[in-house]
Design a binder for this molecule. Sequence first.
Ligand code: C6P
Length: 401
Amino acid sequence: MINKSQFPILNQTINGKPLVYLDNAATTQKPQLVIDAICNYYQTINANVHRGVHQLSEQATQAYEGARHKVAKFIHAYSDKECIFTRGTTESINLVADAFVLPRLKAGDEVLITHLEHHSNIVPWQLACQKAGATLKAAAINQKGEVELESFKNLISEKTKFIALNHVSNALGTINPVKEMIAIAKSHDIPVLIDGAQATPHVAIDVQDLGCDFYAFSGHKMYGLTGIGVLWGKAALLENMRPYQGGGDLILHVSIESSQFAPLPNKFEAGTPNIAGSIGLGAAIDSLLQVGYETINKIENELLNYATECFQALPGFTIIGTAEHKSSVLSFVHQHIHPHDLGTILDAEGVAVRSGHHCAMPVMDFFDVPATTRASFSYYNTREDIDALMNGLQKALEVFN
Ligand code: C6P
């Protein structure tokens, strides 16, 4: 049974109005189950992992590795050791750019992304390409905000050494046909990373079925904490990569002259990890699976359809991003009212949305807008929340008339 009361933060007023939280693509709120898991960890078993023989350290290690096991099952990894805990999607992508792509990239090579990417899936590739003298290419998108598959195919050549694609666009909500795109990449023998930051809260992930080489996601977008995320990679590739950072916990033996690195996954987890964050991510996975993607999709699709319908009655607004396959994101602009003004007026009504470029400036450039206002829905949102959004937008129209 889905109940907002399972998310304590939602039970408050903002500016004297009940909070309506529609900024879930930026970060989701945390269910009591996740909050309890963190409290329980700190109240009962807090200790460093992989280090002590004392009981607390063993319990903390068990809980930490238990969370890794949950992650592995959640994304259908071949094994737990392929799941590296990172700070989030951004760090996961940087890890691959630095430790896998850069050492294999030569002058004249190309890395391929799409025009729909978040900056976290653009800038690491720019940095790697600049260092290697390689070129970053981006497949075109259409007016609906969908990737043009012909452009994607046409940009692949023998120069293409790596492909990085988002699964779901944060700015528009487009769900990309990544399985098909991965198959195209694989027919050319090109390794692929999928940025799954916006996918895991909405789409069941099976990395084996997708056929990609790396999959990156963040805990906080899927009801877990900030500062924790995952890089999944095929063991054979991870094993042949150099460590991304040096430090404790990733070594077998160190002398002043050289170091021998620990096997996966420790090789990529230098220093004391985010133990509480990992345990919270395990609890977040439990809570997501308890609700189930079928229910999540049913609720979120209904909310998206209802909100899209409601927009027809609002004069002067345009929805940006009308892809056939969309997650529960509604990005929009008004012909006269700036997105930041819309965001401020909505905030006065207790409605939290995001206004800005959403760290996807190439998408904004394509649609020739400086920014959009973005409402992004979770399964804990209701039709009443959409009504509050619409009332807030009506107020904005009155203010600016
Ligand atoms: N998008 C948004 O409001 P981090 O910050 O590492 O957890 O995630 C980065 C990231 C990467 N890819 C995509 C598709 C994303 O949406 C994000 C984060 C947030 O849209 C914050 S900018």
